[in-house]
Design a protein around this ligand. Structure first.
Ligand code: MEV
Length: 304
């Protein structure tokens, strides 16, 4: 085999971003926005996407180059041509870096017969994210590999949620590395205040688990709104995110909160399936880009 295309999904957090970096529980869902990587064996390294056509360029493609470097330690890669296309906006909190990392690992794994299993792919993906971002929990790479709704760090698969999900993108780039480091500084300066906030976020995820299993979406929404208040308290919201969050709630969403690192990027709203258009239009009127999506059980896969 000389060419293969693999894809991996982005993700949203119902609960637990930032707290998960300190070992607290989180509930994260793979969503139906995917990154596809077409890999063809060749004589040189070529990488292309909307970001540009390059060779081995670590500034433009840090994650993809890190995958090539790591996998060259397992197998001989003389040359590879990678074409990347993605539904996931970059730097928006939807796990674009995890998705491109995981899809590239699987494409090279299958093309060069490295024999990596899904658990190995998630572990390698996490080590690459950690190396590039500084601190990174295994959540994004694990969910992108396995798909579905996952409770972490327990790595427990929950049932899929089937209510409406609307993502609102502020269009502002957000740096996960910067936001994780801001929270770390705050935690260091005010441990008596920040530690209980992070453990309360973890507790929300634990209570949320049973609600997800029982499909109690209004109750999940109430807890997500509390989670949003706590994310605001640790300084990862922004006026743009707050605008979209309140617009979605006013348009009838059960809940609306940041997803991912915050500071910019995206928020999510959980809605009754009948209300998705109304909530999407509320987000658009407030200046965001609305994306209606759903949870997917498909993690990394081969595209035929
Ligand atoms: C980023 O998608 C989620 C954070 O919790 C960081 C991480 O888990 O690595 C902010």
């Amino acid at each position: 085999m000389q060419t293969i295309t693999c894809s991996a999904p982005g993700k949203i957090y119902l609960f637990g971003e930032h707290a998960v970096v300190y070992g607290e529980s989180a509930i994260c869902c793979a969503v139906d926005l995917r990154t596809r990587v077409q890999a063809t064996v060749g004589n040189t390294i070529k990488i292309s996407s909307v970001l540009g056509d390059t060779g081995f360029d670590q500034d433009t493609y840090p994650y993809v180059c890190a995958v090539i470097k790591k996998m060259s330690e397992m197998t001989h890669i003389r040359g590879i041509s990678l074409r990347i296309d993605s539904d996931i906006p970059v730097g928006s909190g939807l796990g674009s870096s995890a998705a491109v990392t995981i899809a590239t690992i699987q494409a090279l794994n299958l093309l060069f017969g490295c024999g990596l299993e899904l658990e190995d792919i998630a572990t390698l993906g996490h080590s690459i994210e950690r190396m590039i971002q500084g601190a990174a929990s295994p959540t994004d790479t694990y969910v992108s590999t396995m798909g579905g709704v996952v409770m972490v760090p327990q790595r427990k698969k929950l049932n899929l949620i089937d209510c409406g999900i609307v993502i609102g993108n502020t269009g502002k780039f957000s740096s996960t590395r910067q936001l994780v480091s801001n929270v770390a500084l705050l935690k260091k300066r005010y441990p008596q205040i920040i530690d209980p906030i992070l453990s309360t976020i973890g507790r929300l995820s634990q209570i949320g688990e049973e609600l997800v299993v029982n499909k109690e979406y209004e109750a999940i929404g109430r807890l997500m709104n509390i989670n949003q208040g706590l994310l605001d308290a640790i300084g990862v919201s922004s006026s743009e995110l707050s605008n979209l969050i309140y617009a979605a709630r006013s348009a009838g969403a059960y809940s609306a909160k940041i997803t991912g690192a915050g500071g910019g990027g995206c928020m999510i709203a959980l809605t009754d399936s009948c209300d998705v258009e109304k909530v999407a239009s509320g987000i658009t009127q407030a200046g965001g880009e609305a994306i209606i999506t759903k949870v997917t059980e498909h993690g990394v896969k081969v595209e035929y």
